[in-house]
Design a protein around this ligand. Structure first.
Ligand code: MN
Ligand code: MN
Length: 304
């Protein structure tokens, strides 16, 4: 990996760290999700980066993909596990990182967070050229099961490439030998253990709050729709976004945003990401860092 690319990852990493720190400060019972989410995203933009995806604020049995929609009235509850997952990019080089906030510091919940943190540290510990992806998963599940808890087996880490959040290779959260590829210099990965006392499996929920440009249509669109589609492409490339971003960047006027999104989903221009819920509705904790390997084989966690 070239030095100037490492610099870009580090810049995105710093933006994500700043946004995570802000989230830790802001999360208090009674505060609206929308207020926290908007401020954390603003922090990333403020330091000259762009959003690689909208903030995910997933509570309790929701493992991922809840991003406050336009007009959201959800507030932080008195207790529970809140996952804050943030992504920034600079010139398309993405830092993806998550923390779990144990709102009332309940000790029974804290072990989920501790297990996720320790599992992530254990994976980072062995992260080096030559290591196989399933060996990272083995480390992760070893730590999590030592707490008497389960990793979520159908979620995991992923390779990162320029403007590509899920770039192909996958880091399982258990020893899944199908993922036998080897880490090598130049690689960038997000590693993300998920922990639960439930079965350790997520299913799709009903609602989706995150979208992504899937493919552009050349016909069957009005002139106006064509314009919106092109602007979405220019703004997001093919990275996931919240409809909130389309308002913030003045891409679609507020009175049209829902209708355009629904039309684009129906016409298969936009893909959507349903919320992911733990099978047994058990609470979930997540910790995530982005790790890169430079050309000399040194690993760097962008979020330090
Ligand atoms: Mn993430
Ligand atoms: Mn990720």
């Amino acid at each position: 990996m070239e030095d100037n690319i490492v610099e870009k990852y580090l810049k995105a990493g710093k933006a994500v760290v700043a946004a995570k720190e802000l989230a830790r400060k802001l999360v208090k019972p009674g505060i609206p999700f929308l207020e926290i989410g908007t401020q954390c995203e603003e922090k990333i933009l403020e330091v000259g980066c762009e959003l690689a995806f909208p903030i995910n604020m997933s509570l309790n049995e929701i493992a991922a993909h809840y991003s406050p929609p336009i007009g959201d009235t959800t507030v932080i509850p008195e207790k529970g596990l809140l996952k804050i997952d943030l992504g920034a990019h600079y010139d398309g080089y993405i830092a993806d990182s998550a923390i779990t906030i144990n709102i009332d510091e309940d000790p029974g919940m804290q072990i989920h967070v501790d297990a996720a943190k320790e599992a992530l540290e254990a994976a980072i510990e062995i992260f080096a050229p030559g290591v196989r992806l399933y060996e990272l998963g083995e480390q992760i599940s070893k730590v999590i099961t030592s707490y008497g808890l389960n990793p979520i087996k159908n979620l995991g880490g992923h390779e990162l490439k320029q403007y590509n959040l899920h770039a192909g290779l996958f880091i399982p959260n258990f020893k899944d030998k199908r993922h036998d590829q080897i880490l090598k210099p130049g690689d960038a990965f997000a590693c993300e253990p998920f922990v639960t006392a439930g079965k350790g499996f997520v299913i799709n929920g009903k609602n989706a709050f995150i979208y992504r440009l899937k493919k552009k249509l050349k016909k069957n669109l009005t002139y106006e729709e064509m314009g919106y589609m092109n602007k979405i492409e220019k703004e997001t490339k093919k990275l996931p976004f919240s409809p909130r971003l389309l308002l913030k960047k003045k891409i679609i006027p507020p009175e049209k945003v829902n209708q355009i999104i629904n039309t684009f989903v129906r016409k298969n221009i936009l893909d959507y990401y349903p919320i992911l819920i733990e099978y047994d509705r058990a609470h979930v904790a997540q910790e995530e860092h982005t790790i890169i390997i430079d050309k000399d084989g040194n690993t760097i966690v962008t979020t330090q």
